[in-house]
Design a binder for this molecule. Structure first.
Ligand SMILES: [Zn+2]
Ligand SMILES: [Zn+2]
Length: 206
């Protein structure tokens, strides 16, 4: 079915997602679906290395931040590979960039769908201080099932593919031994102190 994510891929990624994420919640699978929708519109596969770059618009202190973990699992854009960043706009949206073709797509949560989610019992409990792992499966599971079965157009606003002039940074393999503590530091982390090449910690020490 066009636009429906009940494909095997999405379901098996869901297991990986919750294992990685640590608890069940609606925002993480929404991120998974957002990542998959963006990849589908762009016509790309999950990034093995840095073939994709993702700008995620979530912030660092609000509801639904779990979204980012779903985006990472779907797209292969991860904080470890540094091909994802958070713009801190405090919205549930992503721009996914095909690095080589310099094309991108933006996927944002549909406000109508998000509003209903924010008015759910799950979010009410979270706002009153209940931890996500302490919320009953009868409350959270139907939300997740619903997210996984909705077509992309219900969940998201998906842009057309547009040009994106992406300039990535190449990772360095050049390293030094800090002349203070002897620990290994990659070149961007080296600082000069009294003519010696030192790490951040030794630079700050008196
Ligand atoms: Zn979560
Ligand atoms: Zn040092």
């Amino acid at each position: 079915m066009e636009g429906c994510a009940m494909e095997k891929g999405a379901e098996s990624l869901l297991g990986l997602l919750f294992e990685f994420h640590g608890h069940k919640c609606p925002a993480a699978p929404l991120g998974l679906r957002a990542g998959l929708a963006a990849m589908k519109r762009l016509g790309v596969e999950r990034a093995a290395n840095k073939e994709l770059y993702c700008i995620c618009e979530t912030g660092s202190a609000h509801a639904t931040m779990c979204f980012v973990d779903g985006v990472q699992v779907a797209t292969g854009c991860t904080f470890g590979k540094s091909n994802i960043e958070k713009s801190e706009f405090c919205k549930n949206a992503i721009t996914l960039i095909d690095v080589k073709r310099k094309k991108a797509v933006r996927v944002a949560l549909n406000p109508d769908f998000q509003r209903k989610g924010l008015e759910s019992e799950f979010v009410r409990l979270r706002a009153s201080g209940v931890e996500p792992q302490d919320i009953a499966p009868e409350i959270v599971n139907p939300l997740i099932d619903n997210i996984m079965k909705q077509p992309d157009e219900v969940l998201f606003k998906i842009s057309d593919v547009f040009d994106y002039d992406f300039k990535g940074r190449k990772g360095t393999f050049k390293w030094y031994e800090c002349e203070g503590c002897g620990e290994i530091v990659f070149e961007h982390g080296i600082k000069l102190k009294d003519g010696k090449k030192v790490c951040f910690h030794c630079y700050e020490k008196d």
